[in-house]
Design a protein around this ligand. Structure first.
Ligand SMILES: C[S@@+](CC[C@H](N)C(=O)[O-])C[C@H]1O[C@@H](n2cnc3c(N)ncnc32)[C@H](O)[C@@H]1O
Length: 215
C-alpha cells in the first residue's frame, strides 16, 4: 500500500472511531451554524465533519491538501447519499475560494501542523464572510505522549482508539501547541473578534472560535 493510501486509511479509521466522532460532534455544537449557512472545513481529511455539518446547514464544503483524502471524502459522502456537499483539493495558506464566501470556516487538527499558523488563520478569515465564524480545534499546551497515555489509561482506551490518541500526543509534541494567548493573538491579527476558547478532552485540546468583523 502506498504512503498516501496508508495516510488516507489511517485518518478514515480515526474519523470512524467512536472517540473522534464524539469530539467532532462536540466541535459542531461549539460552531453552532445557522441552517442557511454555507460552511467550509479546511483540512477535512476523509470528510467526517463535512458529512456531519451537511445535516445542519445549507451547504457543507471540504478541502484538503491531499488528493487521496478528497477522493475518499467524495466517496464517503456519495455512499451517505449527501447532495449538499462539495469537496476540492486546496491548501492553506492559499485556499481555492473567493474572499467572503462562507458563513463558517473550520479546521480541526490542522492549524497546529502549519509552518506559519498565523498566515493560515488569516487565509481562513479571508474566505469567511463579514459576520461569519472561524473556528478551530488544536492540541493544548498540556498535550503530549505522557498526558495522552494517562488519558487513555483513565478512560480505558484500547487498541486503535488508544494508539491513535497517543499518536496525537506525539504529533502535538512535534508541532505547535498553542496557548489561549497565542490563539487570541492569531485571531486578532486575522481581524477576528468575539473570541471564545474552551478546553476539552480533559484539557488536552482547545476549541476556539471568533467572528469576522462586519464591514
Ligand atoms: C490530522 S489530519 C485531520 C483531519 C480532520 N480535520 C480531522 O480532524 O479528523 C490533518 C489533515 O489536514 C490536511 N492538511 C495539512 N496541512 C494542510 C494545508 N496546509 N491545507 C489543507 N489541508 C492540510 C492533511 O492532508 C490531513 O488530511
Amino acid at each position: 500500500m502506498s504512503f498516501t493510501a496508508q495516510f488516507v486509511n489511517y485518518f478514515t479509521q480515526v474519523q470512524a472511531s467512536e472517540g473522534w466522532d464524539r469530539v467532532l460532534a462536540s466541535f459542531a455544537r461549539f460552531l453552532a451554524p445557522d441552517q442557511k449557512a454555507h460552511v467550509l472545513d479546511v483540512g477535512c481529511g476523509p470528510g467526517s465533519l463535512v458529512r456531519r455539518l451537511a445535516s445542519e446547514v445549507a451547504l457543507a464544503c471540504g478541502c484538503d491538501a491531499d488528493h487521496g483524502m478528497i477522493e475518499q471524502a467524495q466517496q464517503l459522502a456519495h455512499e451517505a447519499g449527501l447532495r449538499n456537499v462539495e469537496f476540492r483539493v486546496g491548501a492553506l495558506p492559499d485556499l481555492p475560494y473567493t474572499p467572503d464566501q462562507f458563513d463558517g470556516v473550520t479546521a480541526t487538527n490542522v492549524i497546529f501542523l502549519q509552518r506559519n499558523p498565523a498566515v493560515a488563520v488569516k487565509d481562513m478569515a479571508r474566505v469567511c464572510k463579514p459576520g461569519g465564524i472561524v473556528a478551530m480545534l488544536n492540541p493544548s499546551p498540556q498535550m503530549n505522549v505522557a498526558a495522552a497515555t494517562a488519558h487513555a489509561d483513565k478512560h480505558g482506551l484500547v487498541e486503535f482508539n488508544r494508539v491513535s490518541f497517543v499518536n496525537w500526543g506525539n504529533a502535538a509534541e512535534q508541532n505547535h501547541r498553542f496557548s489561549e494567548g497565542q490563539i487570541t493573538e492569531m485571531f486578532e491579527v486575522a481581524g477576528l473578534s468575539e473570541i471564545a476558547i474552551e478546553a476539552k478532552i480533559g484539557g488536552l485540546a482547545l476549541f476556539a472560535k471568533a467572528k469576522k468583523l462586519t464591514r
